[in-house]
Ligand binder design. Sequence first.
Ligand SMILES: Nc1ncnc2c1ncn2[C@@H]1O[C@H](COP(=O)(O)OP(=O)(O)OP(=O)(O)O)[C@@H](O)[C@H]1O
Length: 520
Amino acid sequence: MSTGETLRAELSSRTPPFGLRLWIVIGISIWVVIFFILGFMCLWSIYRRKPKKSFDKIPVSQIPDVSKEIAVDEVREHAVVENFRVQESHAISVQEKHYEKDSGKMLAHLVRSKSSDADNLSQCSSVYQCDRAGSSYSGDEGSSGNARRHFSQYATVSASPLVGLPEFSHLGWGHWFTLRDLEHATNRFSKENVIGEGGYGVVYRGRLINGTDVAIKKLLNNMGQAEKEFRVEVEAIGHVRHKNLVRLLGYCVEGIHRMLVYEYVNNGNLEQWLHGAMRQHGVLTWEARMKVVLGIAKALAYLHEAIEPKVVHRDIKSSNILIDEEFNGKLSDFGLAKMLGAGKSHITTRVMGTFGYVAPEYANTGLLNEKSDVYSFGVLLLEAVTGRDPVDYGRPANEVHLVEWLKMMVGTRRAEEVVDPDMEVKPTIRALKRALLVALRCVDPDSEKRPTMGHVVRMLEAEDVPSREVDRRSRRGNTANADTESKTSSSEFEISGDRRDSGPSARRLLDYQYEPLSLF
Ligand SMILES: Nc1ncnc2c1ncn2[C@@H]1O[C@H](COP(=O)(O)OP(=O)(O)OP(=O)(O)O)[C@@H](O)[C@H]1O
């Protein structure tokens, strides 16, 4: 018998225990081996992709108690956002025109900064250029309407600066940083990197391994409160995106440490520009102030009206308004924020907030809803117009409380005198009137009469009312009538008042004894 025939006979012979022919057994064995190799390779690639750490490995007590429905929320939020966009498209186009017109003259005071320091000057002129280039401001991702319009793009857009970072959190957004990552970023939390200290922790400047500048808030180890603030910030703003909200990039939960990692906003805060260290860089122009406050109004409109549950910030004040190099205001510090379902109010026994900014009904009764933020925003706007602190005991008794002083000045037709005296170029009377009326409506003692933040945005963006129209309406006492509904966006500002009652607008506006359209 030849070798070939012997081999064939062998292969055809039956093998125990099933009596299968040998060649069949060999075939099956080869397939099993291939199958195992492929299976092993799949498992290996899955394992490689999986992050090294996971929430599962962290003790339950250390995991931020963040809603597992965030992903679902994002979808819902997207729908709400889109809906909101349609409603606001008109306001957006008004704003676009406004900023195209104004961007060129933005920050002129800064260019002519009092400081002779070359560094300051170069900063100022580059800011000016940025801003001019930014006459496409309205086309930015950030004007609130556009932020909504491009909401779905944010993940891609905003993910890019974080490329190369160690960890994606399991919360559906942001990064989970280790203590080592953040020690490395801040030179072991060195004193030189301290930006400032707030009630709940120290804020450090840091640089991540991929070169991204960040601000790291290291919460004080005061157990309950730190944990609470940490959770609130993570829940309230972790998954929201808006150009005028400081972006939370991630967090660190390790042992007793709780840290929040934010985008670094590099141009101080509004409090520093109005009353503090940043004044040496120049005096904010009217346009810059209005750009900052309008941005904050949009951020609040977004928090109150575009997301569900809505977020009440509860601590609107100038030191929580960060400013970037293009003078966009960015709202920060959500440690006291409260999430409320649609139409819901909340009664609290512990009033939180900052003296001078807290709405009277909230201070007196603990009743909290988004109208408390509207009040604080009104105070902020008055602060920006006047350059005065909301409460300043260094002033004569009748000037200590900004809101009361303002009412008195407006009531005695001295409104023009309230403008920050350090501002070189004063605003037009109409622009001043608009800002004051909006602010005074926001600080209406009756929370029900305060406008919504969406309405505030539209009022602030409204184009100038032609002077003849103003005079005419002023003369006829501005009584409410149906035709107000058909007025253009420029009169939106007044329509809002007219809708509320039929009395003269002088009395409509917070019951003050003044005639708003002939204040000046
Ligand atoms: N993302 C950031 N980028 C740059 N600076 C920041 C950032 N976040 C906070 N800061 C600065 O860090 C400092 C401390 O801020 P923080 O919000 O902790 O306290 P605060 O607002 O000053 O006080 P409070 O506790 O009363 O709210 C402030 O000067 C603030 O401007």
